[in-house]
Design a protein around this ligand. Structure first.
Ligand code: CDP
Ligand code: MG
Length: 134
């Protein structure tokens, strides 16, 4: 099924000029960049985006980090885009991510792991709405 999902190129990767490399990697894997924009969000917006993690010890750090610099938000489109993006980005901790995944190739640490991917079709819809429909 053709789906849309949200990908974010996080501040650590934007800072290292990895935008073009990451975009072409997605396209090579048959995920089309349907929409994209470069933005910087506030800490409050990051807190809203990651509200599911509000009870976690890493929440404060996560919100500070995602709002610390420019990010690229992208709507990816393709066959089984949600799961495919999760496979392409790899495990949350770059040191545990499979070889050839974006986080294995570019991630610095569990917090600076370069990319985000929606984890379900339902969350993908909410996350796309969050960045593109308001
Ligand atoms: O991004 P992903 O869905 O793989 O992981 P998550 O469990 O939904 O966590 C969201 C983000 O929080 C991760 O991508 C990490 O950047 C960060 N995180 C962290 O800093 N420390 C942890 N122990 C777990 C996650
Ligand atoms: Mg997640």
């Amino acid at each position: 099924m053709t789906e849309q999902t949200l990908s974010i190129i996080k501040p650590d990767a934007v800072e290292r000029n990895l935008e073009d490399k990451i975009k072409s990697f997605y396209e090579k894997k048959n995920l089309k960049i349907f929409k994209h924009k470069k933005i910087q969000i506030t800490k409050d917006e990051a807190a809203e985006f990651y509200r599911i993690h509000q009870t976690k010890a890493f929440y404060e750090n996560l919100c500070n980090y995602l709002s610390s610099g420019p990010i690229i938000v992208m709507v990816l489109e393709g066959e089984n885009a949600v799961i495919k993006n999760r496979e392409i980005i790899g495990a949350t901790d770059p040191s545990k991510a499979n070889i050839g995944t974006l986080r294995q190739m570019y991630g610095i640490s569990i917090d600076k792991n370069s990319v985000h991917g929606s984890d379900s079709l339902e969350n993908a819809k909410t996350e796309i709405e969050f960045f593109f429909n308001k």
